[in-house]
Design a protein around this ligand. Structure first.
Ligand code: NDP
Ligand code: 0GV
Length: 465
């Protein structure tokens, strides 16, 4: 009897301790486990049981489990959203969302989600192989290694050069694969409005303009596609006894990157699209509209005829060419790339005729894009909003008046083509130089005007002719 009394006293002492440390759950646990020397405390909804004797801290195991569990993995902690992210997820997110310095980001048409980049097939980036590759590619300093540029690469040097600073936060391999696979599917054919007379060259290029860079990129992409097609064809043939190889070969035959000569009026060679139909069988994957007529960079001189002429070259020819190419574009679910400017989205001084035409492009093509959606026409339209680029013509025209540094035309051309191949709504290059004015346009227009005017040194303006 005496022994049982001392036990009772001990038990009551224990229950006092428990009740003190945990008024809510202590009594209940003490009832459930009356004979065990335990200290109970409630913390963040997780019941923690401290063994008094050993002094070892352990999470209370779910019924039937005696093993000690780290707190992060406790199911209730996860439910509360308090679980630490698994380390691979953390790194994966960093890799996907990190923007390499000095690069642009054109994901304007939807929120970013880890493991999914718009325009790329959903499986690609979240696949374990990609995850493994990105993890392997990380150095101990936590910075991605430059992507593979080894001997086995099928890419020509022109494209390889662009890897130095990947202009996209996805892995460059993914972008290249996407660009090439889109072009591959129907037998690649890219049509660029050639910017001058002559059938055999991308002129305008001779003047070091954007057009030349685009042409180079187009041909580089085309060449690579050709190599990849052959590679696929040979391997397919050996497996599928030529049947699929034939279709690839026939696609290959229809591959070509071509240019259109527009003539001085910007319209006279349009029959090229309709009559000669260079890629009729395979359709047309991409129509890049890039040319512009000459204009001045100065105060508006009151010449409305010049505005009319410029509208003809910069807008109406674009519309006419799009209409002419549409049957081919529809055939291969192609893409129209319209090269516009930040001066076609926000008001800029000294560019009245030019801005008129570029704003008109936005009106025409953005409206057309909506109609295509209504009509289920699978032709995408990419409007490129471009900041100041270091083409000879722009640098000569603007010289000294604008403080802002010009962006490289090669990178610009790459972004234009990439945006088209990924079927983006709009391309912003350079991202900050275009996106910030665009945001300010609606929210703080006066502030934007103030910055803009500060950026101009009108004392450096060339005298008007
Ligand atoms: N450079 C910049 O800072 C910026 C440029 N952009 C846009 O980028 C695109 C390219 O600009 P950029 O390379 O600087 O321009 P360029 O002035 O260097 O090139 C324009 C080209 O258009 C051609 N062209 C002129 N008139 C006609 C015509 N009537 N018919 C057909 N082609 C014609 C010219 O051909 P030819 O050589 O035979 O005369 C020239 O090659 C344009 O759409 C421009 O609006 C946008 C933002 C900034
Ligand atoms: C937020 C602001 C500081 C941004 C200002 C950007 C200004 C300076 C940039 C953005 C777009 C640029 C023009 C352009 O698109 C194309 C051409 C045609 C070319 O033949 C002659 C030069 C010209 C007029 C560029 C002049 C400079 C502009 C207005």
């Amino acid at each position: 009897k005496g022994v049982s009394e001392t036990e009772k006293i001990k038990a009551s002492e224990d229950s006092k301790i428990s009740a003190k440390s945990s008024p809510i759950s202590g009594g209940l646990i003490q009832k459930l486990w009356p004979k065990r020397k335990i200290k109970v405390s409630a913390w963040w909804g997780v019941i923690r049981v401290k063994q008094k004797t050993g002094g070892i801290q352990a999470t209370r195991p779910p019924a039937g489990h005696g093993a000690q569990q780290p707190l992060e993995h406790h199911p209730r902690r996860s439910l509360l959203g308090l679980a630490k992210p698994a380390p691979f997820r953390d790194i994966h997110r960093q890799v996907l969302w990190a923007k390499p310095p000095g690069t642009c980001n054109n994901h304007q048409d939807g929120p970013r989600r880890p493991g999914r980049i718009r325009g790329l097939p959903s499986g690609v980036l979240s696949s374990s192989s990609y995850r493994r590759r990105t993890l392997q590619g990380r150095t101990s300093a936590g910075i991605s290694r430059p992507p593979h540029q080894g001997k086995g690469s099928l890419l020509p040097p022109a494209i390889e050069g662009a890897h130095q600073t990947p202009p996209f936060h996805a892995h460059p391999h993914q972008i290249r694969r996407r660009v090439s696979s889109r072009v591959q599917r129907t037998g690649p054919s890219i049509l660029q409005a050639r910017q001058s007379f002559g059938q055999s060259r991308f002129t305008g290029g001779g003047k070091g303009s954007d057009g030349q860079s685009i042409a180079k990129r187009v041909f580089a992409v085309g060449r690579r596609c050709q190599q990849e097609e052959q590679h696929v064809r040979i391997s397919r043939k050996s497996h599928a006894k030529g049947k699929k190889g034939d279709s690839y070969r026939s696609q290959l035959r229809h591959w070509r990157a071509d240019g259109i000569s527009l003539g001085k009026d910007g319209l006279s060679h349009l029959d090229y699209c309709t009559d000669r139909r260079p890629t009729q069988k395979g359709g047309l994957d991409m129509l890049i509209l890039n040319h512009i007529g000459y204009t001045y960079f100065n105060y508006f001189d009151g010449d409305v005829d010049h505005v009319r002429d410029l509208l003809e070259i910069n807008v109406l020819s674009y519309a006419t060419m799009t209409v002419a190419a549409l049957p081919m574009l529809k055939k291969s679910s192609g893409n129209v790339v319209v090269v516009s400017s930040v001066a076609g989205k926000v008001a800029t001084p000294l560019t009245v005729p030019y801005s008129t035409t570029k704003f008109a492009l936005d009106g025409f093509f953005s409206s057309l894009r909506m109609e295509f959606k209504q009509q289920n026409t699978n032709v995408s339209i990419t409007l490129c909003v471009i900041s100041y680029i270091d083409t000879d013509s722009a640098v000569n025209t603007v010289a000294g008046v604008i403080q802002q540094p010009a962006a490289p035309k090669e990178e610009c051309a790459f972004e234009i083509i990439k945006g088209g191949a990924l079927r983006q709504r709009e391309v912003y290059y350079q991202y900050q130089a275009t996106k910030i004015p665009l945001l300010l346009r609606d929210w703080a227009p006066e502030f934007l005007e103030y910055i803009m005017l500060k950026n101009y040194d009108v004392t450096k303006l060339k005298p008007q002719q």
